[in-house]
Design a protein around this ligand. Structure first.
Ligand SMILES: Cc1ncc(COP(=O)(O)O)c(C=O)c1O
Length: 346
């Protein structure tokens, strides 16, 4: 049974702090520990909770890389990770190499690399790479491997990067892991327990910590994770198939569609294909009109929540996508109601 959140800035504690589990709120919290233990089961390796997905991404990049190190990133992954690398890591003397996920171009950039960063499926274009194959190649080249698993979600039925050989599994739990679009949170899981200490020290020292209430809500949400994901993924497949067949829709992508270019590789490493479907409407105006006419699907950024959301991704800049490119996140609504809403105004 899940205990209530522990709200504590400091703990009743006297004497030598060495070996004490709970001393001060920035160091550790029993509500974090409980959520981290649950994440450890899902990921198959010890885990640490962070204030957001980006706090988790930054923790791995900043504890792994030193001046003159080389990091290989997907050029089509989540844009804020690229902004962080291009803006801050390069200033610190880290060399950033980027290549696309489709075609696994990162494989050719591994020489001398310290860290290979992968994202599969990518947000927002939903390309997939061979996590096991690239991880083996990176390890042969002497590099560590981190996988941003946010779009897939780490569950027993989802995609588990540590089981595929990765050293770090990184996630924005703001998305499907917690699923209610009411909090921000992230985590890192590691294959080798020795990789945990530098991450924990970083979290304590920069203060990238999450509050006990959010952590408790996140932990509570895990009780419905499997049920939510199964329903969202099966609805996403129905929606993607209908959109793919619609004459006004171009380039509909969903790794679960048997004829999607990513399907064969996705099937080797994930058994649920996620809640995100992407497609392209003819132009910006058509896409904006379509979004404004939706009744059930909420026009909003982010994904993975129980309510379906959609957005025209190019409005942010940062992603190399067509002006009419839509990222749709499929929620728990009745799939027929969703289809009616999505196709009514196309
Ligand atoms: C793939 C991916 N990684 C990381 C993040 C960052 O997560 P957060 O917004 O929780 O910081 C996001 C957010 O959209 C994401 O989509």
């Amino acid at each position: 049974m899940l205990r209530g959140p522990v709200f504590a800035g400091t703990y009743c504690h006297a004497g030598d702090p060495a070996g004490a589990a709970y001393t001060y709120g920035r160091y550790a919290n029993p509500t974090w520990s409980a959520y981290e233990a649950a994440l450890g089961e899902l990921e198959g390796g010890p885990s640490l909770v962070f204030a957001s997905g980006m706090a988790a991404v930054a923790a791995v990049l900043c504890t792994t890389l030193r001046p003159h190190d080389v990091v290989v990133l997907p050029s089509d992954g989540y844009y804020a990770a690229r902004v962080l690398a291009e803006g801050y890591l390069t200033q610190m003397g880290v060399q950033v190499r980027q290549a696309s996920t489709a075609g696994e171009a990162q494989r050719h950039l591994l020489d001398g690399a310290r860290l290979l960063w992968l994202e599969s499926p990518t947000n927002p274009r939903l390309d997939v790479c061979d996590l096991r194959g690239l991880t083996d190649a990176a390890h042969d080249a002497g590099a560590l491997v981190a996988v941003d698993n946010t779009t897939a979600t780490a569950t027993v039925r989802g995609q588990r990067p540590l089981a595929l050989g990765a050293d770090f599994s990184v996630s924005s739990d703001t998305k499907a892991m917690t699923g209610h679009a009411d909090l921000l949170l992230g985590h890192v899981a590691v294959a080798d327990p020795d990789l945990l200490a530098p991450l924990a020290a970083w979290r304590t020292q920069v203060g990238a910590i999450v509050g006990p209430m959010e952590t408790w809500l996140a932990h509570r949400s895990l009780a419905t994770l499997d049920v939510r994901l199964q329903r969202q993924c099966s609805s996403a497949l129905v929606v993607a198939a209908a959109l793919r067949a619609h004459p006004s829709v171009q380039a509909c992508r969903y790794p679960g569609l048997p004829d999607d270019p990513a399907h064969a590789q996705a099937s080797r490493q994930m058994s649920l294909y996620g809640q995100v479907v992407s497609f392209t409407l003819p132009d910006r105006d058509t896409a904006d009109r379509w979004l404004a006419a939706l009744r059930l699907v909420v026009p909003a950024t982010s994904f993975g929540g129980v309510h379906s959301t959609a957005e025209r991704r190019a409005r942010w800049g940062g992603d190399d996508v067509h002006p009419g490119f839509i990222r749709l996140s499929v929620g728990l609504e009745d799939p027929q109601d969703l289809l009616d809403d999505l196709t009514r105004t196309l």
